[in-house]
Design a protein around this ligand. Structure first.
Ligand code: CAA
Ligand code: NAD
Length: 285
């Protein structure tokens, strides 16, 4: 099917990066948030990236104007009535996502695809509250979405071949490489990445090394662009905790059982880069 108009729900870290990426690829993009303050923040993040890219000489003023012309924010989901594809990128909470899928299913045209950017939650459960179960799947972007080249296309037990092929083609049209994962908690990348990040927290909890040395170890010893604590702060500690809990629920494997310190960080309201408080400034009082 032809995709021209895309909706993105959630204008946080991921939603704004996804909306930016899709608008840059030539699609018309509408991005929704829950209130005006968060919408302004999300829209500002997208347009700010275009200003940054213009400043660096990576895109022309003309291109930035074109991107801005096909992107806008809204607080009204009814405006999604003409979207061919909607990417859900709201908080990692299954009840909230289910409510949203049900609402969107009642608004979108019959042929539209509805996908989730969830890191770990079962997508078939989202499909089950809609009347378009074969047209629901996952489109899992990586942070920062405009830069990272991978997209996981998640196929549930109900997703049709046509939907999977359309999503793969769509990912390619964004300049990404798609890989296909089953609808199993953590898909491919987070199934490997989450236990690595949790192991780093356990090492620190057990006094085996400082956070700085753990980060330096993985950056210089393995060539990773960020150490695990830097990455945890970048991804979001709340998102990491919810994703780990979801994979642990599914597999009962202790490697995914969130360490107490991660819970305490989230209970303390330290979510990482997104709210300016994370592991990197934990010891600054
Ligand atoms: N749009 C377009 N380009 C952007 C951009 C944006 N919004 N933001 C940054 N860029 C570009 C910059 O212009 C820059 O390009 P040049 O090098 O050509 O100038 C490039 O991206 C790199 O940016 P920076 O110079 O600011 O930063 P950096 O070199 O330190 O790299 C990084 C930053 C790409 C984030 C790198 O540190 C990295 O790859 N980190 C690891 C990220 C990672 O592992 N992500 C996956 C997280 S897990 C996940 O996402 C899944 C989940 O479900 C939790
Ligand atoms: P975030 O907290 O930065 O953003 C979530 C946004 O969703 C918030 O701004 C919130 O106001 C908004 N929201 C909540 N309910 C909404 C609703 N009903 N309608 C519209 N907006 C709503 O979180 P994030 O890091 O952007 O994560 C979003 C999703 O992407 C999660 O499912 C997460 O697991 C997944 N994800 C995150 C990363 C990452 O590195 N952070 C990477 C890949 C996937």
């Amino acid at each position: 099917m032809a995709i021209e108009k895309v909706g993105v729900v959630g204008g946080g870290l991921m939603g704004s990066g996804i909306a930016q990426t899709i608008a840059q690829a030539g699609y018309d993009v509408l991005m929704a948030e829950v209130n005006q303050e968060l919408l302004d923040k999300g829209v500002g993040r997208v347009t700010g990236a275009w200003t940054m890219l213009t400043g660096k000489g990576k895109i022309s003023e003309e291109q930035a104007k074109e991107y801005r012309g096909r992107f806008r924010g809204t607080l009204d989901l009814n405006e999604f009535h003409d979207r061919d594809l909607v990417v859900e990128a709201i908080i990692e909470n299954q009840d909230e996502k289910k409510k949203l899928f049900k609402t969107l299913d009642g608004i979108l045209p019959a042929g539209a695809l509805l996908v989730s950017n969830t890191s770990s939650l079962p997508i078939v459960e989202l499909a089950s509250v809609t009347n378009r179960q074969t047209q629901v799947g996952g489109l899992h972007f990586f942070n920062p979405a405009p830069v990272m080249k991978l997209v996981e296309v998640v196929r549930t037990i109900l997703t049709s071949d046509e939907t999977v092929e359309t999503l793969k083609e769509f990912a390619r049209s964004l300049g990404k490489t798609p890989i296909v994962a089953k609808d199993s908690a953590g898909f491919i990348v987070n199934f490997l990445l989450i236990p690595y990040m949790l192991a780093a927290i356990r090492m620190y909890e057990h006094g085996m090394a400082t956070m700085e040395d753990i980060d330096t170890g993985m950056k210089l010893g393995c060539g990773y662009p960020m150490g695990p604590f830097e990455l945890l702060d970048y991804v979001g500690l709340d998102t990491t905790l919810w994703a780990a809990e979801a994979i642990y629920r599914e597999f009962s494997d202790e490697a995914y059982n969130p360490p107490t310190l991660l819970r305490r960080m989230v209970q303390a309201g330290r979510y990482g880069k997104k709210n300016g408080k994370g592991f990197w400034n934990l010891n600054e009082g």
